[in-house]
Design a binder for this molecule. Structure first.
Ligand SMILES: Cc1cc2nc3c(=O)[nH]c(=O)nc-3n(C[C@H](O)[C@H](O)[C@H](O)COP(=O)(O)OP(=O)(O)OC[C@H]3O[C@@H](n4cnc5c(N)ncnc54)[C@H](O)[C@@H]3O)c2cc1C
Length: 284
């Protein structure tokens, strides 16, 4: 279907974009890479009067270091995130998960900020951002505020962003030297995750000193597997020990049932994929 008619602006600054959002309220929609918004418009699930394109705003994309953090602009494409040397070195989990998003064409257009703001529970980027303890930076008429990833994902397709706010940056504490793996379960290549597990571990010899694990599509938002993380801390990186810890991966989850799998099947997958992801992250 062809989208309903809308006006289009491409502001040069975040302030102009925020002002346009404030003026038009819920009649306006931000467009980043358009990879989720355009299908929504074409299906006429949303018909905004105004589309505000962030594509001409300088400084909203790119990656830089800021002391202990990596700072990734919201408009940085999936392709750049997956391949950027700083992200590969200091936040390998995010680079690996991003390499699993959709196909190369979508990865060249879609953006990290767009994916997080869209908040699809089957999206691949919420779980690694959560596991890495990121902070999301939003700008609105009242100024700039920082939102912890733990507080960002509110519900299905719902985030803590206000209607008049734009996500500008994603700040990730450096996890230099941590092993990382994103285990995505799909029936067909390039499909959305039926379930996926984002795992990153810090090893001390043969022992897992720290582990951080995020789950994709195990509820209405990405989730942390806190019990597994606690069990893994200080345990040996063996198949037995990791398997025992991963048995708690479905604790506190509420996955959907659909044509790709029933909820209890997804819970089984979470346990199996967590074991695989942690062992792979630990290089086993
Ligand atoms: C065929 C297909 C397969 C896909 N498969 C996967 C997959 O396997 N895994 C996966 O994770 N994703 C997948 N995607 C989604 C893809 O990753 C999108 O790129 C992503 O979800 C949205 O990013 P975008 O930059 O294109 O955002 P857009 O489509 O431009 O925007 C998405 C939403 O976020 C809002 N928004 C965008 N940027 C901002 C911002 N900076 N501040 C505030 N609000 C903002 C928009 O208003 C809109 O509501 C797929 C998409 C398609 C079309």
């Amino acid at each position: 279907m062809i989208p309903a008619q809308f006006d289009y602006v491409a502001p040069a600054t975040v302030e102009e974009a925020v002002a346009a959002l404030a003026e038009h309220g819920d009649e306006a929609k931000i467009i980043a890479g358009g990879q989720s918004l355009l299908p929504v418009l074409r299906l006429r699930l949303n018909a905004p009067e105004l589309v505000i394109d962030l594509g001409r705003i300088e400084g909203l994309s790119g990656v830089r270091e800021d002391g202990p953090d990596l700072v990734i602009g919201a408009m940085t494409t999936h392709h750049e995130v997956a391949n950027h040397p700083l992200i590969r070195e200091h936040a390998a989990l995010l680079a690996k998960a991003t390499a699993e998003v959709a196909d190369p064409q979508i990865r060249h257009r879609g953006t990290l900020g767009g994916a997080l703001a869209h908040a699809d529970p089957a999206g691949d980027l919420g779980a690694p951002v959560l596991a890495l303890g990121a902070t999301l930076v939003a700008q609105g008429p009242g100024g700039v505020r920082r939102i912890a990833a733990d507080d960002f994902f509110v519900d299905l397709f719902e985030t803590a962003l206000g209607e008049d706010e734009i996500l500008t940056e994603i700040r990730i504490p450096k996890h230099t030297g941590w092993g990382a793996h994103y285990e995505k379960f799909v029936r067909i290549k390039h499909q959305w995750a039926i379930v996926a597990v984002a795992a990153t571990v810090r090893l001390d010899g043969d022992t897992i000193a720290e582990a951080r694990i995020g789950l994709t599509n195990m509820g209405s938002t990405p989730l942390r597997a806190h019990t597994v993380e606690a069990r893994l801390a200080g345990s040996l990186a063996t198949v037995e020990a990791v398997g025992a810890a991963a048995a708690a991966a479905d604790e506190g989850t509420n996955p959907p049932s659909d044509l790709n799998g029933a909820a209890d099947y997804r819970q089984h997958l979470a346990r199996v994929l967590t074991r695989r992801a942690v062992l792979a992250a630990a290089g086993r």
